[in-house]
Design a protein around this ligand. Structure first.
Ligand code: CP3
Length: 341
């Protein structure tokens, strides 16, 4: 039995003593203890060694006292398992040197056996669960098919992902084949994480907001819906599609237990669009953690007040920035834990 199951009860819509809190990208970004490990091991070494992934996953639980751990890994381990080379280049981000551009490139990717290709993640999940020793729940994750396609076609990060969009708009049949292959891999991958012990899984659609509502339905939500439906009996799911708040009603209709929201939507409007049968998660501006501590405390309280106590998980509206001072993150978390509503 979990000692702190606030996150799980909030996702199920049950009453809780207080609002739970965790921070997107809390594992492996802002903590000095992580930076030290970064000096010694390459990015994929950190992901592929269960003992290292475990240490990094648990650091924010020990150091800033969040109500949930999130697995240390990356969304790009899925394209890697499907057959593409992924490099993590210092200060440049991810590079995929041989992206998918044509029908012929399909021969280079497959829907893999996830136990063979991603077994190291399942081993990490098992070890993390053991080391957490039921203190807080563990969140697993995967990238949404659209966001993964963005990297698999563009070959690197981008502000607009116009090459990925061009691929979808000029070769729609091929795009849908790739999206379905990613979806099938992701379903098996997230089922494997749940089987290994993940209590919740989050689907990150970081680039969902680049699409019009119609394209979001066609290129993204259609596949997220399949993933949520396939996991329904096995694990609680949270869908976070950054910038796609216009589609909150459609996202709520997928049956996900939780929906993440960024900081560009008012809490009241998010609740109105999403309805009352889903838990909302967010929506503090990550850069606000760079403000002086009294400002962080005041704005965090205002956010809590706006969302109210039920069906709400406090979080940032996107990942924590690497340059956030630890005491600023701690002020955010402590304000939430001490808030009486
Ligand atoms: O949330 C966590 O703390 C767990 C770990 C996690 C990582 N990546 C580790 C990581 C998670 C959940 C992710 C998700 C991820 N990865 C997303 C979706 C969330 C988001 O922020 O939008 C995306 C788009 C990626 C792809 C990716 N991986 C990029 C763009 C980069 C480079 C820049 C960056 O965000 O740091 C990465 C590298 C990466 N993934 C690092 C970490 C800790 C940095 C590498 C390092 O520290 O050496």
């Amino acid at each position: 039995m979990l000692q702190n199951d606030l996150l799980l009860r909030t996702l199920r819509g049950e009453a809780t003593e207080r609002v739970p809190v965790w921070m997107m990208r809390q594992a492996g970004r802002f903590l000095p203890e992580y930076r030290a490990l970064r000096e010694k091991y390459s990015f994929f070494e950190r992901c592929q060694t269960p003992a290292l992934a475990t240490e990094i996953t648990i650091q924010p639980v020990d150091i800033v006292g969040v109500d949930a751990a999130i697995l240390f890994s990356d969304i790009l381990v899925v394209p890697q398992a499907m057959g593409l080379e992924v490099q993590m280049v210092e200060s440049k981000g991810p590079i995929l040197p041989e992206p998918i551009l044509t029908q012929a490139d399909l021969a280079r990717i497959r829907v893999p056996n996830v136990d063979e290709t991603l077994g190291y993640v399942f081993d990490a999940v098992k070890l993390i669960k053991q080391e957490l020793n039921d203190r807080v729940p563990l969140i697993g994750f995967a990238g949404a098919p659209w966001t993964l396609l963005c990297y698999m076609v563009e070959g690197k990060g981008s502000k607009t992902f116009d090459k990925a969009k061009q691929f979808c708009y000029t070769q729609p049949k091929l795009a849908h084949t790739v999206l379905q292959m990613i979806t099938d891999t992701t379903i098996a991958y997230l089922k494997g994480q749940a089987k290994a012990g993940a209590d919740v899984v989050q689907i990150f659609d970081s680039w969902g907001g680049l699409l019009s509502p119609t394209d979001f339905e066609n290129l993204s939500l259609k596949y997220i819906r399949q993933i949520v439906a396939a996991l329904k009996e096995e694990v609680l799911t949270i869908v976070f599609a950054k910038g796609a708040f216009n589609s909150l009603d459609a996202m709520a209709a997928t049956g996900a237990a939780g929906l993440g929201i960024d900081w560009c939507i008012k809490p009241q409007l998010a609740r109105k669009l999403a309805g009352n049968n889903v838990t909302l998660q967010g929506n503090f501006d990550p850069a606000k953690l760079l403000a002086p501590i009294p400002v962080i405390v005041e704005e965090t309280k205002a956010m809590l007040h706006a969302f109210g106590k039920g069906r709400y998980i406090a979080n940032l509206g996107h990942g924590i920035l690497p340059n956030v001072p630890v005491d600023h993150a701690k002020a955010f978390i402590d304000t939430i834990k001490n808030w009486q509503g």
